[in-house]
Design a binder for this molecule. Structure first.
Ligand code: SAH
Length: 256
């Protein structure tokens, strides 16, 4: 079966690597999993018998046939469709579940947004990601990868880079290197208003990435509120910590 580029198919088959990934995930027999894009089921194979329950959502109908043949005992575990359209209640009605996947890199951002939307249902997330994207997720202030995505990810999750994976492990080999990353939710649930404000502030400030924040604060908060901030206004957006962003977010215009 030829890999389909439009579905971002780059398969992992190396047994030793897959065992390493599974041991980094630390699977227990209590765990409930959702795998995004099980593909030909190689990661699935290392996972499915170790956990309490497993679902995989796969958009490629040819691969679904393949998967259901490969795991005849678990035919119902493979869901036909697009992860971005899946509602978690379709798989786990009340339990929290763990999300895992060597995901299609072209939809990494929408997939993270899907996770954000269903945050309260997710126990943790392990994704294979394009290296640069992963570094942006995990970036901390004053480093070159730090940006909006870092602030938002760091607000929602403890982001841990677990392993670097060379492009040679994939078939077909992609043009980019990869990192295997854990996202552990920091909160019980998302405060959507706070997150919305944080997104607004990071968007406005990082739009003027090279400018001192004194140039852009007025875009998001009232002039008279600016002096309430306990901040150095000469800093640039990539020098502010998450806590400093939250401080600004709490004063966002029309906040109420
Ligand atoms: N996990 C497999 C395959 C990774 S490639 C492995 O490690 O070998 C990415 C997989 O995601 C492919 O199987 C592709 O068909 C699937 N995929 C792509 N877009 C998807 C979507 N929107 N929803 C669910 N699966 C998707």
């Amino acid at each position: 079966m030829q890999a389909k580029k439009r579905f971002g198919q780059n398969f992992l088959t190396d047994r030793k690597l897959l065992e390493d990934l599974v041991s980094l995930i630390k699977v227990s027999d209590q765990d409930k999993f959702l795998e995004i894009g099980p593909g030909k089921g190689d990661l699935t194979e290392s996972l499915i018998n170790l956990c309490d329950s497993y679902f995989g959502v796969e958009v490629d109908k040819d691969l679904l046939v393949f998967l259901r043949n490969k795991f005849p005992e678990n035919k119902k575990a493979f869901i036909d469709g697009d992860i971005l359209k899946l509602h978690p209640s379709k798989i786990y009605s009340s339990n929290k579940f763990r999300v895992v996947g060597n995901i299609p890199y072209n939809i990494s951002s929408p997939i993270l947004e899907w996770c954000e939307k269903h945050y309260a249902k997710i126990y943790d997330i392990h994704f294979m990601l394009q290296k640069e994207f992963a570094l942006r997720c995990a970036g901390s202030e004053r480093t070159s990868s730090y940006g909006r995505l870092s602030v938002i990810c760091n607000y929602l999750y403890e982001v841990t880079i677990l392993k670097e994976v060379s492009k040679d492990f994939f078939n077909p080999a992609p043009k980019v290197d990869s990192l295997f990353v854990r996202f552990s939710p920091k909160k019980k649930e998302v405060d959507h208003k706070e997150l919305r404000n944080l997104k607004q502030v990071t968007r406005a400030l990082f739009n003027k990435k090279r400018k001192k924040i004194s140039n852009s604060l007025e875009d998001v908060i009232q002039k008279e509120n600016i002096k309430k901030l306990d901040l150095n206004f000469n800093l640039r957006p990539d020098e502010l910590s998450l806590d400093e962003y939250l401080q600004i977010s709490s004063l966002v215009k029309n906040n109420g």
